[in-house]
Design a protein around this ligand. Structure first.
Ligand code: B16
Ligand code: MG
Length: 219
């Protein structure tokens, strides 16, 4: 019989799960791609979900075979994209945190779950600050404390470690297929939402954030 471990911790992806900064990533990459005359669309953008900034750039450059940028030019492109992205983030306010997400997060805290962020983003701190959640989570594991981005499990293993929990005591909530794979490689179950639902690799699929509460009740 399968040993059932009690779920104590929840690890949330940030972009595309807690808040829709994914649309700002898209706009910022699109601006760079247009300037460089590189084809970029929604489908390519979906491959960037959960992937680090430099790896995202490499995916975009797959459509620019004749460009051949040097490493320092690539650094400059990534910086240019990040500057546009941060400019777009300036518009964000606490109103960007949906009522559904806010209510569910507070309910989970009330139910004594340990809550963490597991994001590939190096801008996670800035975003959490913008939406008024900088002191909310028990732990934040993000692009600043990892060497390998999703689908590598590092970001989630670090989040569990920061929470003081074993991997199997945690569930991950993700919008990226790469993030679902990272959760599984970390030995965690994954709730898929948004784009990740289409890949059908999650242990559960949800449409609305508050469905997390029902899933946890059934465990
Ligand atoms: P940054 P997540 C990821 O965040 C995004 O999904 C991905 O599109 C982005 O390239 C990555 O963060 C790095 O972001 O450029 O801000 O460091 O979904 O793992 O929360
Ligand atoms: Mg995401």
């Amino acid at each position: 019989m399968e040993k059932i471990t009690k779920i104590v911790g929840l690890i949330f992806d940030l972009d595309g799960v807690i808040v829709h900064t994914d649309m700002y990533h898209y706009k910022a990459w699109k601006k760079l791609a247009d300037r460089l005359n590189i084809f970029f669309d929604d489908q390519i953008n979906n491959r960037l979900r959960g992937v680090s900034r430099m790896e995202s750039l490499e995916i975009i450059l797959e459509n620019a075979k004749t460009l051949n940028p040097s490493d320092s030019e690539k650094e400059a492109y990534a910086t240019e994209k990040n500057e546009t992205y941060k400019e777009l983030l300036k518009q964000m306010t606490q109103a960007d945190l949906s009522k559904d997400v806010a209510k569910t997060l507070y309910e989970l805290k009330e139910r004594n779950y340990r809550l963490a962020i597991g994001s590939s983003s190096r801008n996670a701190g800035l975003i959490l600050d913008k939406i008024g959640l900088s002191d909310f989570f028990d732990a934040v594991s993000d692009g600043n404390n990892i060497t390998n981005s999703k689908p590598d499990p590092e970001v989630f293993l670090k989040a569990a470690e920061y929470l003081g929990l074993k991997a199997e005591e945690c569930i991950v909530i993700e919008d990226a297929d790469a993030g679902v794979e990272a959760a599984h490689r970390a030995g965690m179950k994954a709730i898929a939402m948004g784009d990740a639902v289409l890949h059908n690799n999650g242990d559960w699929n949800i449409k609305n954030f508050n469905e997390i509460l029902d899933i946890l009740k059934q465990l």
